[in-house]
Ligand binder design. Structure first.
Ligand SMILES: Nc1ncnc2c1ncn2[C@@H]1O[C@H](COP(=O)(O)OP(=O)(O)OP(=O)(O)O)[C@@H](O)[C@H]1O
Ligand SMILES: [Mg+2]
Length: 255
């Protein structure tokens, strides 16, 4: 199986940024294909990575329900979902992107969800690395994912509420022990003069701390100009992610 990381944390702490930089890091390792999964309904990982998303899994589910009466003979939901999923995967240099999109409407989705799960799972073994960006919090993770997560990276900043969120996420992750192997905490954009105090507070969380990403002006400028992170040359955020990911194992992809 691929080595799989998922990013979680309070809203605005930098989850999508960490996910995008992780995707680039694994691509630059040049060590097998990378799958980026955007599991935030308010999807923006594609934008940060410079990819136009044509369709999401949520839209595919809606298509099935709408088109089912027009299916040609011999076509069933399973064929449709399988073919649709292959079209949804956006291919880019060194990585592919799968965007989950919005959750279910009022239709009957149980069977469709199980189809999506099955066909997604069939895809995963062809990747060495999987990086999943999530919506704030973690309540959805057991619903949304089936693949196991080797490392759950919880992002915090200097807002004390982000530490409370980290604590809740850790609790939920512990309840999903069979799916999530290990949790780590990352600090992002914490001002230098607060770093020591934030580290102290993290110690109380009982989650392994693996590193800090300082505020990165080059990254901020790129985002402000609407440029994807792929355009960043060496930057402090990129270097920090590399250091972090080199610490957590999965050095060659696959577990
Ligand atoms: N290390 C950093 N240096 C500079 N800017 C950063 C850094 N990390 C994140 N940002 C900026 O902070 C903002 C929030 O980041 P991001 O969108 O990654 O957070 P998020 O946790 O994914 O938010 P949401 O909960 O809304 O999905 C963005 O404008 C991003 O460019
Ligand atoms: Mg985000």
């Amino acid at each position: 199986m691929a080595y799989s990381i998922a990013i979680a944390g309070k809203g605005g702490t930098g989850k999508t940024t960490v996910a995008a930089l992780s995707v680039l890091h694994f691509c630059e390792k040049n060590n097998g294909p990378v799958l980026a999964i955007d599991a935030d309904p308010d999807a923006n990982l594609g934008t940060i990575l410079g990819i136009e998303v044509n369709k999401t899994i949520g839209e595919l589910r809606e298509d099935v329900l709408r088109e089912i009466k027009n299916f040609p003979p011999g076509m069933d939901k399973a064929n449709y979902v399988e073919a649709g999923l292959h079209q949804i995967i956006e291919e880019s240099k060194g990585f592919d992107l799968l965007t989950m999109g919005r959750g279910e409407g009022s239709g009957c989705y149980c069977y469709l969800n199980s189809l999506v799960r099955k066909f997604s799972e069939d895809l995963f073994p062809s990747y060495n690395w999987i990086v999943m960006d999530n919506e704030a919090g973690l309540e959805h993770i057991s619903r949304r994912t089936t693949n196991n997560i080797d490392a759950l990276l919880i992002v915090v900043n200097d807002n004390p509420i982000s530490l409370n969120t980290a604590k809740t996420i850790k609790k939920i992750a512990s309840e999903l022990k069979s799916k999530i192997k290990k949790e780590y905490v990352i600090t992002n954009m914490v001002r230098d003069e607060r770093k020591q105090e934030v580290r102290k507070r993290i110690d109380d969380l009982n989650i392994e701390y693996i590193g800090d990403i300082p505020f990165d002006t080059a990254l901020g400028d790129a985002v402000f100009q609407g440029k994807p992170v792929i355009t960043l040359n060496e930057s402090i955020a990129k270097k920090s992610i590399k250091k972090i990911l080199d610490k957590i194992g999965g050095k060659n992809g696959n577990t």
